[in-house]
Design a protein around this ligand. Structure first.
Ligand code: MN
Length: 749
């Protein structure tokens, strides 16, 4: 391996400023950079470290003269951030980004200059970190919202941005003491509410723990001191016990031939504090302050170690957790148990493999370690399939944007983070449109929405919103949603609001139609409408169970009954006389489609007789199929197959849905049209007619035509046949399929 480069070999800065004579480099900074280079060359043997040197050079020049609050040279900070990243064994891009991360924000360097010198990856990462730094979290609620944390993760173009940001925050937290009290508190609060949970989500246990303890120290110094002192006093009292437990565990495992590394420790302040708050107890009541970690070589030995411990020490019921079989969402794996140890002292045990340990400590950052080609790391493959998948993607995809979009989809497949022009976050399901966005803001904004601008440009209302879109809804007073919106809106909130508006307007229309229809029919039947009082109509309405006359009109408008049914209650003699005179009577309501004819009798509306029912032409349901009825306006009840695309596309409102059933006794048959695709073979038609006949069905029409699309002599055969029910149809179709030379059969409507 080559010797680590000396700072004096640094390449010259390629930007316009004067080169820095090596002698002038602050020795503290030089040493820090030297050890960073050494770390890098140790963990990335054979990789070129020139970009790191250039980055240091550039940062050195540009941050020259800047000081941290503590009075130290500013460059200490980027160097320490890079060190934290190097300790996670992240890649070179991360380290270079760590060194440059404050450059754009705090000096005159532009992203373009960074891109020219360090390439697209570094530029994108520095840009991402700079943008994250600009995000403001106004309220406590916003900071605490899980959606903000998710948004942060979802918005960054490259997961390395988050790693650098976490390292940046970690170093700032470590040096928070130098800041004035009020800033300490705000930054610590933000750390607890945003950054520690992000580290947790990414499975980075070590960073999370340190962020939490530091955050705790600066948000509630008194409680922190109290707990630290209590832990210290317990540590003194418990040191002997810890040693004893460690020794005893070691002996037990050795006896069983289980190789293991054992760590005995006291829990950390923040987790104890959380426990005290959660359980409303004092620190003396925390019985499992002691914790032991057993790190062994295989999953099998994890369970073996658990068995050994439980064989000798009594486990506390309800405390055994198997996160190996069921990993946490952030991929954390371990066995947990609490046992009563020597002298009746309870303690907690975590058992895991080396690999699980690395993932528990470094989480997503552990993924770079696979790249180092550590052979032992490739164990327990299924357990870490997700991480491995990431590695694969990273290798396969040269476009980091593509990689990240895959990663994003995997992290939050179901959500998209959008903003109002004022910067408020609106979380919507993926594929959500500006209409969903509008209704998420306010019902009136939704109803009056006439257009939308996304990132300043007008988009169609069906535009699928993307992460980070800034959406401006254009409204117009008095505008109302249209029915098409139901197929555009993705959120149930928007859909419900749209339906409510449509129902209200449709009801008004149905009332109007019903009223006119009743008057018109009254004239036709010779009923003297002027003599019919409002009270009489209301009493008929009541008979149907409607409190008001409008309800009766609406029911007529929706086609629930015919006007004749109402009129015969109001003026039976006149209606009957009129019918005698004009017999045969014409149907009172628009007739159902002719081709269904008498067969309407085979379906009825559950619980109601005498409602006009017809089978919808679009799906032509047959007996045995699941059906659903929809009240149409003025045409009775349309019966569809539940699988009908018109039903599934919600052309019909739920409110109009009505339960319908097949009438058992009816003997009718149903006309069904089939299309069969056949090879050009002799006798295929006679074969087909015979199998249909054999299944007890009857062919009404049959037509064969050459298949124009194929043009190879094959044919399209169209058959119209009568079937009794779905079962018979299925048998017929299966029989036709079995005919040799038939490629496919489908039902057409
Ligand atoms: Mn920084």
């Amino acid at each position: 391996m080559s010797q680590p480069a000396k700072v004096s070999d640094l390449p010259q800065r390629s930007l316009s400023a004067e080169p820095v004579p090596p002698a002038s480099i602050d020795p503290v900074l030089a040493r820090l950079f030297q050890s960073l280079l050494e770390k890098f060359e140790r963990t990335h043997p054979g990789e070129d470290s020139t970009p790191l040197k250039s980055a240091f050079q550039l940062a050195y020049l540009m941050h020259a003269g800047q000081k941290r609050q503590s009075g130290e040279p500013y460059l200490i900070h980027p160097l320490e951030v890079a060190h934290i990243l190097a300790d996670m064994t992240t890649d070179r891009t991360c380290l270079v980004t760590g060194l440059l991360h404050d450059l754009v924000e705090d000096t005159g360097v532009t992203i373009e200059e960074v891109r020219k010198q360090f390439g697209d990856d570094v530029a994108a990462c520095v840009d991402g970190v700079t943008k994250l730094a600009k995000l403001k979290f106004y309220s406590r609620e916003e900071r605490q919202a899980e959606s903000v944390r998710k948004m942060l993760l979802a918005m960054v173009k490259d997961i390395r941005v988050v790693l650098v940001k976490l390292a940046d925050r970690l170093h700032n937290m470590r040096t928070l003491g130098a800041l004035p009290r009020d800033r300490q508190e705000r930054i610590a609060q933000e750390t607890l509410e945003i950054y520690a949970p992000i580290a947790h989500r990414l499975g980075m246990g070590k960073v999370r723990a340190e962020l939490e303890d530091l955050g705790f120290e600066f948000t509630d110094p008194e409680a922190f001191q109290e707990i630290v002192e209590a832990i210290e006093s317990k540590r003194k009292a418990n040191q002997g016990l810890l040693d004893e437990i460690r020794g005893a565990v070691e002996v037990k495992l050795r006896r069983e031939g289980i190789p293991a590394r054992i760590e005995a420790r006291l829990k950390r302040p923040y987790s104890i504090w959380q426990k005290l708050k959660r359980q409303k107890i004092s620190i003396d009541q925390v019985y499992d302050l002691l914790a032991v970690r057993i790190i062994t070589d295989s999953v099998k030995n994890c369970y073996a170690a658990l068995g050994t411990l439980h064989g000798d020490w009594h486990p506390i019921p309800g405390r055994i957790k198997d996160f190996i079989a069921i990993p946490r969402p952030n991929l954390y794996q371990s066995l947990h148990t609490s046992v009563i140890g020597p002298g009746g002292q309870p303690f907690e045990v975590q058992i895991r493999t080396e690999e699980m340990h690395r993932i528990a400590e470094d989480g997503i950052a552990a993924h770079w370690k696979y790249k180092e080609g550590n052979k032992n790391a490739v164990q327990d493959e299924q357990q870490i399939a997700w991480l491995r998948q990431l590695v694969e993607w990273q290798r396969e995809m040269h476009d980091p944007g593509e990689f990240m979009s895959t990663l994003k989809v995997d992290l939050y497949p179901e959500e998209v983070y959008t903003f109002t022009p004022k910067g408020k976050v609106i979380v919507l399901p993926r594929e959500a449109t500006p209409i969903d966005f509008a209704y998420a803001i306010h019902t009136e904004v939704g109803n009056q929405c006439v257009g939308a601008k996304v990132n300043g440009r007008i988009v169609p209302l069906k535009y699928a919103l993307k992460n980070g879109d800034v959406v401006d809804i254009l409204t117009q007073q008095g505008h109302l949603p249209s029915k098409d919106w139901l197929s555009i809106a993705k959120t149930s909130k928007a859909r419900n609001k749209i339906k409510a508006v449509i129902n209200t307007t449709e009801r008004a229309r149905a009332i109007e139609i019903g009223e006119k229809y009743l008057e018109k029919e009254a004239r036709r039947f010779g009923v003297q409408w002027k003599k019919v009082t409002r009270e009489q109509v209301i009493s008929v309405a009541n008979e149907y169970g409607f409190p008001k006359m409008e309800d009766l009109h609406a029911a007529l408008g929706y086609g629930k009954f015919s006007a004749r049914q109402v009129l015969i209650k109001l003026a039976p003699e006149q209606v009957e006389a009129s019918e005698r005179a004009t017999a045969p009577a014409e149907p009172a309501v628009v007739a159902p489609p002719k081709d269904t004819g008498d067969k309407d009798l085979v379906i009825k509306v559950k619980g109601i007789d005498d409602v006009m029912v017809y089978r919808a032409k679009c799906c032509n349901p047959i007996r045995g199929e699941q059906i659903v009825g929809y009240i149409t306006r003025g045409k009775g009840v349309a019966v569809h197959s539940v699988n009908c695309t018109n039903v599934q596309n919600l052309m019909y409102e739920v409110e109009r849905k009505i339960t319908v059933e097949w009438v058992r006794t009816a003997e009718d048959t149903f006309a069904v049209r089939l299309t069969a695709y056949a090879d050009d073979r002799p006798g295929i038609l006679s074969h087909l007619t015979s199998v249909v006949f054999h299944e007890g069905s009857n062919i009404k029409a049959l037509e064969a035509q050459p298949d124009e699309q194929r043009g190879d002599g094959s044919a399209v055969i169209s058959v119209l046949l009568d079937v009794k029910d779905k079962k018979q149809l299925e048998r017929v179709v299966a029989a036709i399929r079995r005919i040799s030379g038939i490629r496919d059969v489908e039902r057409v409507n």
